[in-house]
Design a protein around this ligand. Structure first.
Ligand SMILES: NC(=O)c1ccc[n+]([C@@H]2O[C@H](COP(=O)([O-])OP(=O)(O)OC[C@H]3O[C@@H](n4cnc5c(N)ncnc54)[C@H](OP(=O)(O)O)[C@@H]3O)[C@@H](O)[C@H]2O)c1
Length: 190
């Protein structure tokens, strides 16, 4: 069982919290304006990308040694045509620069909230893909998800966050253009 703190109680914060609770973990939330204290070993930033950057900038000490899960899809929401992070980087790598002593994991950005709630993408089990330079952090996340109803795949090092964010971006544009549903998307067959 892991102690998990989730920043943000919106669509993703609630869906991820329910998944972790089913996995037998202890979940607490920090909503906007809450004092940052009593953080669990795993900290999920279930907030928009600019807010994730603000949280990282404001809390470098509190986040030392924590497994920090970045779930953001850093779109330019004015154009829906590009990401706001440098083309050779990712939101997760930008957060890593601000929190060099945390174990950053990119995860959950390719699973729409509805597919976490249903545990299904079409007929397939929903799969969380995770990228991190910390094998220990990925193992902890996999363990926390073991009995949660969603599957886990190790997607490689933190460099793969770039690909996960491209994947998430494409999936969002497909849903926005009604080519796929917000309760659908890409599935992973093991
Ligand atoms: N929705 C999806 O299907 C999906 C899928 C994959 C990834 N994502 C990513 O998940 C993240 C959250 O998306 P969402 O759909 O859950 O958005 P949402 O429903 O708008 O929820 C975002 C939440 O973050 C809160 N928040 C903002 N700044 C905060 C702070 N400093 N501390 C604590 N909470 C804060 C907001 O609270 P206030 O309203 O009080 O500001 C809001 O409740 C985004 O980065 C998005 O790209 C979403």
């Amino acid at each position: 069982m892991a102690a998990i703190t989730i920043f943000g109680k919106g669509n993703m914060g609630q869906a991820i919290g329910d998944v972790f609770k089913q996995g037998g973990n202890e979940v607490n939330y920090l909503v906007n304006g809450d004092p940052v204290k009593d953080l669990g070993d795993i900290v999920v930033l279930a907030v928009p990308y600019p807010a994730a950057i603000s949280i990282a900038k404001a809390n470098p000490t509190a986040l030392v040694g924590k497994i920090v899960v970045d779930i953001t899809n850093p779109l330019n929401f004015d154009t829906w045509d590009e990401l706001v992070v440098p083309a050779d980087s990712s939101a997760a790598e930008q957060i890593k620069q601000l929190l060099p002593d945390a174990k950053i994991v990119k995860a959950f950005n390719t699973t729409f909230a509805a597919t976490l709630q249903s545990r299904k993408v079409g007929g397939q089990q929903t799969t969380v893909m995770a990228a991190s330079d910390s094998s220990e952090a990925k193992a902890a996340l996999e363990a926390a998800l073991k009995d949660s109803g969603v599957a886990f795949v190790d997607a490689g090092t933190l460099k793969r966050a770039h690909e996960l964010e491209s994947f998430g971006f494409l999936q969002m544009t497909l849903a926005a253009k009604e080519k796929i549903g917000w309760d659908g998307g890409f599935a992973v067959e093991k």
